[in-house]
Every structure is written in C-alpha cells, then in structure tokens.
Design a protein around this ligand. Structure first.
Ligand code: S3P
Length: 432
C-alpha cells in the first residue's frame, strides 16, 4: 500500500515526487544502499531490511526511513496513534520480531509495569494464551520472553489474570488468511485495550472480536498511514504538514483500496425479517463494494421463487442450491456485503465455507416480537414460518447459533440509517 499512500500524501501536500517499489534481496542490501542514497532523495525499507539497515547506518534502532545518509524510525510514531496509555500496565505482545521489539521498547519507554512477549511458535502451538498472563509474570518489570517450554511451565504455575493490554505483532489474520486470529478470545473483555498491527483486512478479525467482547480495539491502518506521513516530513523538512487532515482524507481512501484489491466479504446473518437485505444494500453502498442477496441469486439461477422451490422440491433441495450459490458468491474475487438467508449459518458445511473465504459474520439481532410484528415476516413468501408458536421456536433455536458464529453482532431494532452508520463505524473506525 505504500506507493498508494505516499502518492496521496504528495498530492495533498503539493509535493512534486514519485514513490516506487524496489525489490532488493537481503544479501544485496549492503551494496545497494550507497546506490539508493545517491539516486534517491530518500527511501523507506520494510521487513526484513530494517535491522540490517540499522547496522549499516549505525543506528541504535530498526531503520525504516533514510534521508541524507541518516536512518530514522517512523513506525514508532505510527504505533503511538493507537492512543493506548501504557503507564503502569501489564502488556502482552504477540510476536517477537521487529514490530514486536519496537512495541516492547515503546511500552517500556511509556512506563509499562510488565511486558510479556510470546513467540510465534508458542502462539501456534498453544490453543489458548490466557494462562500466560498475570500471576508471577506481572511483578517483573522488564520483558519476559515466553517460548514453548516456558509456556508449559507457566501453565501449571501461573494464576489466571488478564493483561490490561494486548498487542498483536504477528501476521496472524493478515489477508489472504483474514479468517485467522491469535488464540486470545478468553483475554478479550471490557477494560482491555487491543492493538493489531495488521492493517489488511481492515478491520481484522481480532479487532472485530475484541470489540464484540467489549474491549477497545484499534487496527494497524492508522499506524501505516502515520508512519508514511512522518517519513514525508523527514524528506521534506521545508514543508508544513497538517497530519490530522492528511489522515482523515487518506484513511478512507486506503480502506477502500484494500477492499478493492484484497477481497473480503461481510455476511449479514440473522432470522427472517431481521432486515438483512436492506441493510446489506445500505452498507455496501457506503463501503463502495458489491451487494449480493443470496435468496435473490438463488431465484435468478433457478428461475423460481424460494417458496416454490420449497413447495416443489423440499427443504433439503433448497439447502443444496443455497450452499452452492453461496460458495460461488464467496469465491468471487471482489469484496461484497452478502445478505444471507436465515438458515445459512446453521449448517456446518456453510460455516466451514465462510471460514475459508475471508468472510466476516455479522448477525442482526432482533427480538422475536419485533420480527413477528414486521410486515416482512409473511408466511406466504417464507415457507418455513407456519404460525407464531412454530416461528418463535425456530427463532429461539437459531439465535444461539447466530450469536456463536459471529464476529460482531448488531442490535437491529434501530432505524436503518442509524444501524448502517453503526455498522460502518464498527467496520472502519480506527479507535475504540
Ligand atoms: C430461510 C430464510 C429465507 C430463505 C428461506 C429459508 C431460513 O431467507 O432463505 O425461506 O431458513 O431461515 P430470509 O432470512 O432472507 O427471509
């Protein structure tokens, strides 16, 4: 995304310049640096060059920005946009690479009480990280590295407490594996601050799930944009920059660009009459991506309406067509908001498909009484609804499934435009 971001900054700040990508092999870096310094006004570098460049330029920190022969780090300024107050806090950092180390230094500089770093190997091997936090780790000022062996020991010895702050510096959840998230669900709760350095997709599944459990969560997109602005400030010392204006203009452009070239889907689930189709249209319009209605697609494909398919071929036949249709939709190479039929997430096969296709699941929660009163629930067009008692029983049976298979659930009793604004805020905002 860097060329895209830097071009937008240069347009907005009226800087005459270009920003291009160079692919340099690690073993060539030392030889290339003098050439880069001669031919370019300045440059950034990314993983895995940051550490090596620090060595070449004699900088005591990983270098991501170079100007006039000097190395700088603007990732740190980017990271501070997470707005978390680390002072006196117990922090768990997932990952132990360059980004994790930068975070660790920043936490300590800001007065964190303890910093626990979990290596990626340990995270992958451990089903649940909750036993690692708190207890005898909390009193140690400084950094505790947790590796697999230590975690086994720790599991037995550590009493269970939740860290105040959780920072993800691993690539878990990064597109094209957007469905993944670090195994930290049990650490997500109100009062906990979460920052995920992953910015694609935006938001990540970790960020959405943290918000679902009441934690404050921020994704890495603002960090990415801010580090770019800070680099431009270094390269253009004579210019003045309005950081807040640049960020507010560039963030929505970058999130749209991400949706354009790294497809993800937002599946609206929920009971019949919850308002999935109209909300899908509304939020797809606001995000600038396609809107797909599974039932409408089924009707277009088969040339028959849903009620007729049920009447003529039965529910099992409908479910088969439904699964095939949704598989085609979710495998399309374009981002979309998908209004699903109310029965879709009930099947294990469909859940598996949803997991494999970078799809976020957003149930619309509406009490049965409201659903039943809505004109939308009519027993003519909805063959599964026979009478109020039966409909209520089906609703009560499905509601726990919607809530369990969910990245963020919405109270859908609000008016449409208010609800759409709330969904967009959840999906795109960078703070809280
Ligand atoms: C169904 C819901 C309907 C439709 C079909 C089955 C269900 O879609 O797919 O009648 O099992 O809940 P809506 O939820 O859009 O009404």
């Amino acid at each position: 995304m860097s060329p895209f971001i830097h071009r937008r900054i240069m347009e907005l700040a009226k800087i005459d310049g270009t920003y291009e990508l160079f692919d340099i092999k690690p073993e060539r870096l030392r030889d290339e640096v003098p050439l880069l310094m001669r031919e370019l006004d300045g440059f950034n570098c990314t993983i895995p060059h940051k550490e090596k460049l620090a060595e070449i330029l004699n900088a005591p920190f990983p270098v991501n920005t170079v100007f006039r022969g000097k190395g700088f780090n603007t990732d740190c300024a980017g990271f501070r946009t997470c707005g978390i107050d680390f002072s006196g806090m117990e922090v768990v950092i997932l990952g132990a690479g360059g980004t994790a180390r930068m975070m660790q230094e920043e936490c300590q500089r800001a007065g964190a009480k303890s910093v626990t770093m979990c290596t990626r190997k340990m995270i992958m091997e451990c089903g649940d990280l909750s036993p690692l936090s708190g207890g005898d780790l909390s009193p140690c000022v400084g950094t505790t590295f947790i590796n697999t062996a230590a975690s086994r020991l720790g599991k037995a010895a550590i009493n269970r407490r939740t860290p105040d702050i959780l920072l993800n510096a691993t690539p878990l959840g990064m597109w094209p594996c957007a469905w993944k998230m670090p195994p930290v669900t049990s650490l997500l709760r109100p009062g906990v601050d979460v920052f995920d350095a992953v910015y694609n997709p935006f938001p990540t599944r970790l960020v959405l799930n943290a918000r679902k459990h009441g934690a404050r969560a921020t994704g890495g997109l603002r960090m990415l944009v801010r580090q770019a602005i800070e680099a431009q400030k270094i390269w253009n010392p004579e210019k003045s920059f309005d950081t807040a204006v640049l960020e507010s203009k560039i963030l929505p452009l970058v999130s749209r660009e991400l949706l354009r070239h790294s497809p993800v889907h937002f599946a609206l689930t929920g009971f019949m009459g919850a308002g999935k189709s109209s909300l899908a249209k509304e939020i797809a319009g606001r995000l600038g991506i396609a809107c797909v209605d599974v039932d409408a697609e089924i009707e277009a494909r088969t040339g028959r309406d849903i009620a007729r398919i049920f009447r003529r071929d039965g529910e099992a036949a409908f479910r088969k067509i439904e699964s095939e249709t949704v598989a085609d939709i979710l495998r399309r190479g374009t981002s979309s908001v998908v209004a699903t039929g109310g029965g879709l997430p009930v099947s294990d096969e469909n859940q598996k498909l949803i997991r494999e296709t970078n799809t976020f699941v957003l149930p619309l929660d509406v009490p049965f009484e409201t659903l039943w009163q809505r004109a939308g629930v009519d027993t003519e067009t909805r063959p599964l609804l026979k009478n109020e008692r039966q409909a209520r029983a089906l609703h009560d049976e499905r509601r726990p499934v919607y809530q369990a298979f969910c990245d963020f659930s919405f109270d859908a009793t609000q008016p449409l435009s208010q609800l759409a604004a709330g969904v967009i805020a959840r999906l795109t905002h960078t703070g809280d």
